[in-house]
Design a protein around this ligand. Sequence first.
Ligand SMILES: *Cc1c(COP(=O)(O)O)cnc(C)c1O
Length: 354
Amino acid sequence: MTETLDIKITKTNHSRLHETDFSNLQFGRTFSDHMFVADYEDGEWKNFQIVPYGEIGFSPAISALHYGQAFFEGLKAYKHADGQVSIFRPDKNAARFNKSAARLCMPQLPEEIFIQSIASVVDMDRDWIPSKPHHSMYIRPFMFATDPYLGVHASKTYKYIVLIGPVGPYFAKVLRVKVETHFTRAAEGGMGYAKSAGNYGGAMLPALKATEEGFDQLIWTDAKDHKYVEEMGAANVMFVLDGTLITPSTRDTILDGVTRDTVLTLAREWGMPVEERRVSIAEIIDGAKTGKLTDAFGAGTAATIAPVGSLSYNGEECFLTDPKEREFSQKVLKTLDSIRYGAVADTHGWNYIV
Ligand SMILES: *Cc1c(COP(=O)(O)O)cnc(C)c1O
């Protein structure tokens, strides 16, 4: 970091910390006392502030609401046994933030602003980070267009905000997964690789339908032929087939996940064969039937490693092995936890210490 941001700090005069029920945290519902806010005007980022978490005002004509110039990031801070706090690989999220911004004609945010804004609000509300096992602080940076103008144009003004909130363990229930062959999340030339708000709105109806059919999640297939695996819900998807770790290669329909990259890096270090390529539904279903498919899971910041229990394709459900017996995903989950909570040396330099 070359320069430190000049942040104007307004502290809350009523902390909600002691009124918060940390034994019953629901993802995304609890926010800490403060948030970081900045404005983009006249071609530059300004008005860096930490203020009490709360409502903000804007015109009902802002283009984010009408035309979807809005996107976000998601990362986590962890409290170590010695009280240290680390954020996992924020440089990766900073880079992806700017990829999303570019796709939506929105301004770049320098990496040092991204990281300092997050670190400063996490530092200010560090007492909010639970020290219980498997708990952490979810960090939600996002940007949206604020021009009060109904013309379909890229806005000239934007707001950047960082919200943070404590989260409990994600109970990795064994997921019944539907292979979706009608709806699509993203198409070639679209914005699947960006964490743009619209991608998630569009995924809600297919997800709802899958839930109504009794499934917990869906696997998206390619928009053209519905033959290739893309992602699982809002996570990347990985398989162990015949001893090889296989995952769809990144392309413009796939979000380049930090968890995905981390798992691939660890697997390669462990000497496991790794393939990033197009993955057909046919080979996965065949592997499930012949027993060659020994692991299948979603990988993402929120869920970490989410085991697939069964795969349903064209109305036929194939059950996979018991997740507790899966060597690879168990090992990767354990290793990830040890690194993030500082239980082992961070040899990759993945932990940004606050
Ligand atoms: C956020 C996200 C992921 C996971 O990315 P991480 O950086 O690992 O959290 C994967 N797919 C989609 C569609 C996502 O939105």
